[in-house]
Design a protein around this ligand. Structure first.
Ligand code: PLP
Length: 309
């Protein structure tokens, strides 16, 4: 098999594998016209998936909550992800699975029930939501003025493409010369940022938001690491003032791991560099990767795709 065409990444769409540049969806797909889709992203680090089962669990939960059923069962989705990575030849990868509403089977129908749901998956090169050089100096976090969409309107636990508020926040952050943004809800409690959960460190204790936020898998990893390291960490309400008075803060996401902030708004944290607890957790997170924590080896490429995995 000529794998060179998959070098930029490999995708699964319309029931077939294709080079990433050739992977397309119809412009009338509701996944596109209405952001009517759920997704998940798992990373591959040195040829091993990290917490693959947890990502598949969350993806299945998201699909069920949005009544999406593309037809492929869990074992098949898992096999598709393995094959996308193997085709791409990438040792470190960003691997996405997306369930889209699709197009109505009955022309002109406006009923979501009539749509043919379908699965898209792809593996592309590793992505850090905050570039590595910015991570090293400590990212600068802007607190956005746009409130996060209410949980009652868009459930943040269902991983989705409703990013209008987050994108508005990103523009605002960049306009002010900051690297990224976190949004508060309408009541003034901190929620999350574009692609990450936020942790605040105050007086040696860690807290991450209990609202307006995805139940991040990296957040779970950080909480597990805190338990191992004997650090006091919890999920709870974070008033904006607590973030502004934080000793340290960091982002947690699949796309980059633990990423410390050096500034929050006009406040400089510590010595304007990643703080000691954030740095310790970042180091522990990657060391555990080296040790094979929650690792699933990427399966070698089979000549033919078998949905039995
Ligand atoms: N919050 C949002 C809005 C996200 O998109 C993501 C990840 O992409 C996260 C939080 C972090 O979740 P995870 O650690 O599972 O990647």
């Amino acid at each position: 098999m000529d794998l060179s065409k998959f070098a930029g990444g490999a995708a699964y769409v319309g029931g077939r594998f294709a080079p990433i540049a050739e992977a397309t969806i119809p412009v009338t797909d509701w996944g596109f016209t209405r952001s009517d889709a759920v997704y998940d992203v798992v990373h591959v680090f040195r040829n091993g998936f990290f917490r693959l089962d947890d990502h598949l669990d969350r993806f299945q939960h998201s699909m069920a909550r949005r009544r999406l059923n593309p037809g492929e069962d869990r074992a098949t989705i898992e096999a598709i992800l393995h094959r996308c990575v193997a085709l791409s030849g990438l040792a470190d990868a960003y691997v996405a699975m997306v369930a889209l509403r699709g197009r109505p089977r009955i022309a002109g129908s406006r009923r979501p029930e009539d749509c043919a749901n379908h699965l898209v998956a792809y593996a592309i090169s590793w992505i850090d939501v905050i570039p590595k050089d910015v991570q090293d100096r400590g990212a600068h976090l802007w607190i956005g003025s746009t409130p996060r969409v209410p949980d009652a309107s868009v459930d943040p636990v269902v991983k989705n493409y409703q990013w209008s508020d987050l994108t508005t926040g990103l523009f605002e952050a960049h306009d002010h010369g900051f690297d990224t943004v976190v949004l508060c809800d309408a009541e003034g409690f901190v929620t999350e940022g574009p692609g990450f959960n936020l942790f605040v460190v105050k007086d040696g204790k860690l807290i991450t938001s209990d609202r307006g936020s995805l139940h991040g898998i990296t957040r779970r990893s950080v909480l597990e690491l805190c338990a191992e390291l004997g650090l006091d960490a919890s999920i709870g309400p974070i008033p904006r003032a607590l973030l502004e008075e934080a000793d340290e803060a960091f982002a947690a996401t699949t796309a980059g791991g633990v990423m410390p902030f050096a500034r929050v708004g006009r406040t400089i944290l510590g010595n304007d560099r990643p703080g000691p607890i954030s740095s310790r957790l970042k180091a522990a997170y990657w060391q555990k990767h080296d040790e094979g924590w929650h690792r699933t080896e990427v399966r070698p490429l089979e000549p033919e795709f078998s949905s039995a995995g």
